[in-house]
Each structure stands twice: as C-alpha cells, then as structure tokens.
Ligand binder design. Structure first.
Ligand code: PGU
Length: 401
C-alpha cells in the first residue's frame, strides 16, 4: 500500500475554507463575506484600471524578457515599495538604512522576515495581538519563533483593550519581537489612535522591543496611503529599527500575483547591506527568486506620477465603498430595530467588521440564510453591496432575536 497511507485529511483553512463552502452552496441567495478580497457593488472581483494599463504597457514592450530577476527582487520595485510605506522624504531611505527584499506578497514577507529573525536575532519570542489574522501564529511557529499573545480586543466595548495591551507589552521580556498591524487590524477593524500609537512606541522603545509591522491594507483603511502609514512612520522617525511586511494584494488588487516586500530598517547603511545579504540566504533555498510580473506592474505604476495619482483615486474609491457599506449596514440594523448596539460597525476601520456574533449564531446564519463568514464573527465588508445588505440584516436579526 501507499507510503503515504498514514497521511490524514487536513481541515479546510478557517478563512479560505469559507470560500470552498460558499462555492459548494447552490443557493442563489448565498453571500460570501469570508475572504478579505474586494468586490464591486455588482459583487465582482476588481482589476484596477491602472493595473490593466500598466500590464498593457508591459505586454507591448518588445524589450521585455522572462529572465530570472535577482534573489532580492526587482530593484526599482524595492526602492518604490520602501518609499511608499516610509514616505518620499524618509531620512532612513536617504541614509540608505533600509534593506528591502521583494517577497511573495504579505505572507511571504512575514515568513522570510521570521526566518531571518530566527537565524540572526537574539530573541526568538514574538508577541502577536489577540485576536489576529489566523495565519500569523502558523507563519511564526513554522519559522521557529515561539508565539506569545498580547491583549488587543475588548469584547465588552468591541474596541481596543489598551490597558491590557500596555500591561502585556510592559511585561514582555526586553528585546522581544512584537507584531503590529500597521492599519486596519484583522479581524477586529480596531486600530489604536495616534496618541495611543505614540504611547505604544515609547513603551516599546523603552524595553527595546523589536517592532515587526504587517502592512496589508495601506490606503485601504482610510483611503489615504499616508494616513495608513502613520504608525510605521512614527517608529521609523525615532531612528530605531523595525521590520515591515508589505502586501499589494488588497490595495492594488494583485491578490493572485503574490506581490509584496519585506523592509528591515537598520541603524546604519553598513548594517542594512549586511542584513540584505543574509536575507538573500534565506530566500535562495526557499524559492530562489520572486516572480517578475506582479512586481513589474507595481513598479510601472509607482514610478509614473500620472499612474500613481490614478491609483490613489481608485484606491480611495474602494475604501469609500467599504465605508459606505458600513453606514448602510448600521442604518439598516437600526431601522430593523435589531437588538444590540451596532455602532462598532461604523467605528471599526478597513476591510472587516468584527460583529460580536458567536460561533453558534454564525453557524445559524450560514445554515438558514446562506451567509458565509468566518466563525469568529468577522465579515468582509467588501463582500456586501446595497442589494445584499437587507439579506444580511434579516440574517443578523434572526440570529440575535
Ligand atoms: C493582516 C494580514 N496580513 C497578511 C495577509 C496576507 O496577505 P497576502 O498578501 O495575500 O499574503 C492578510 C490577508 N488576509 C485576508 C486574505 C485571505 C487570507 O490570506 O487569509 C483575510 O484575512 O481574509 C492579512 O489580513
């Protein structure tokens, strides 16, 4: 019999598995509010117009070849990615203190950064928020880091447990790594205020905690690329060191192209160049070099001021549609008289609303109303449209009464 006969069937992924269940449901009323992927008012995936134009430009370029790109990725893509998150006027960039490596989207950037830290950083404990994106603990555990949690979400207020956060980070061992969502916290949609970010920064620097930012939604939360980079930039402005994982999956709609970057901000140019050389030793035996196409699209857009401006307009359009869905869902629940306080729907930010619905209520909504969402009560607002809000309201109303 097979040498693999001992292999047991793995469960579906808690997030991506929701789409599998959705696809298997024949009901015409089904609604996929699971995966964090943008959908238009018509419920369709969106390829940005500026992305199509950039691709056309690339396809029409006869000089373009399919050669290997460097282990660290496309140089112009890396420079432009660092500029996007750190700001065009960043002293860290001017002083060549940033090592940026093109990786396989946000997940790949997190994993490569974690493998690098395991090999070269003196602390192997990483504190991640509770709750956080379901893949975070797996990425860090598999890289050999030991995962601890810091309090983040307060179910009572459906807001930030700021005191708990400060206590847990205050109790962390000096030098511990701390994962921070740069903006639009997944799954709660709850972000610290800028005053709270400043307090977090002071506490972390006082204990030499190492920030590892996960920036998967820059521009998607507020509609402004600069506003959504605020947390990252106040840490980098203090001259300290940090890691930043960037994803272009959501803000450029490049989900399947797997485009991202890992930046490590260091104290000196000399350290940054040595760090970059060691990150390349992590990448080479993992996947050798990253894919050329998606990064070429991003570089084409970011290097052209016209295309960059067009992108910011489309990006704000996506963010605004999501904010509009928040308002519509909140008002419809109010109008229906659904029991409970639903104001967190319009207070939370980014792709997701952390509804507060429990596993049983979610299971009921899936079974009776064909609503597909993650079992922790998270819904992807991008999956909603004006037409489908009433159906979701019916389901929530039934689930809570
Ligand atoms: C905070 C955070 N970091 C990283 C990623 C990874 O993004 P990639 O750039 O595609 O690697 C996601 C995507 N989370 C979404 C998308 C589906 C998934 O991968 O889980 C989500 O939570 O629904 C995320 O929410």
């Amino acid at each position: 019999d097979s040498v693999f006969s001992n292999v047991v069937r793995a469960p579906e992924d808690p997030i991506l598995g929701v789409t599998v269940a959705y696809n298997n449901d024949p009901s015409p009323a089904k609604l996929n509010l699971g995966v964090g992927a943008y959908r238009t008012e018509e419920g369709k995936p969106l390829v940005l117009d500026v992305v199509r134009r950039a691709e056309q430009q690339l396809v029409n370029d006869p000089s373009r070849v399919k050669e290997y790109i460097p282990i660290a990725g496309l140089a112009d893509f890396n420079k432009l990615s660092a500029k996007l998150i750190l700001g065009a006027d960043s002293p860290a960039i001017q002083e060549s203190r940033v090592a940026t490596i093109q990786c396989l989207s946000g997940t790949g950037s997190l994993r490569v950064g974690a493998e690098f830290l395991k090999k070269h950083y003196h602390q192997s404990v990483i504190f991640i928020p509770k709750p956080t994106w379901g893949n975070h603990p797996k990425v860090f555990n598999l890289a050999g880091l030991s995962v601890e949690y810091y309090r983040y979400y307060d179910p009572a207020t459906r807001g930030l447990d700021f005191q708990g956060l400060l206590e847990d980070l205050g109790a962390a061992p000096s030098g511990a790594i701390v994962l921070l969502h740069a903006c639009a916290h997944n799954p709660t949609g709850v972000d610290p205020t800028s005053e709270q970010w400043e307090q977090i920064r002071q506490l972390m620097r006082s204990k030499s905690l190492l920030p590892f930012f996960d920036s998967a939604y820059q521009g998607f939360a507020s509609g402004s690329l600069d506003t959504d980079a605020h947390a990252v930039r106040i840490f980098v402005a203090d001259g300290g060191e940090c890691l930043i994982a960037q994803s272009y999956a959501k803000n450029m709609g490049l989900y399947g192209e797997r485009v991202g970057a890992l930046s490590i901000v260091c104290k000196s140019a000399d350290v940054a160049s040595k760090v970059e050389s060691q990150v390349k030793l992590v990448v080479r035996p993992m996947y050798s070099s990253p894919p050329i196409h998606g990064a070429s699209i991003v570089a084409t857009i970011l290097k052209s001021s016209d295309m960059y401006n067009d992108w910011t307009i489309e990006l704000k359009g996506m963010a605004d549609r999501i904010i509009n869905m928040r308002q519509q869902l909140f008002e419809a629940l109010q109008a229906k008289g659904t029991p409970g306080d639903w104001s967190h729907i319009i207070k939370q930010i980014g792709m997701f609303t952390f509804t507060g619905l429990n596993k049983e209520q979610v299971a009921f909504m899936t079974k009776e109303y064909h609503i597909y969402m993650t079992s922790d009560g998270r819904i992807s607002m991008a999956g909603l449209s004006s037409k489908t809000v009433p159906h979701l309201v019916e389901a929530i109303h039934a689930a809570v009464t």
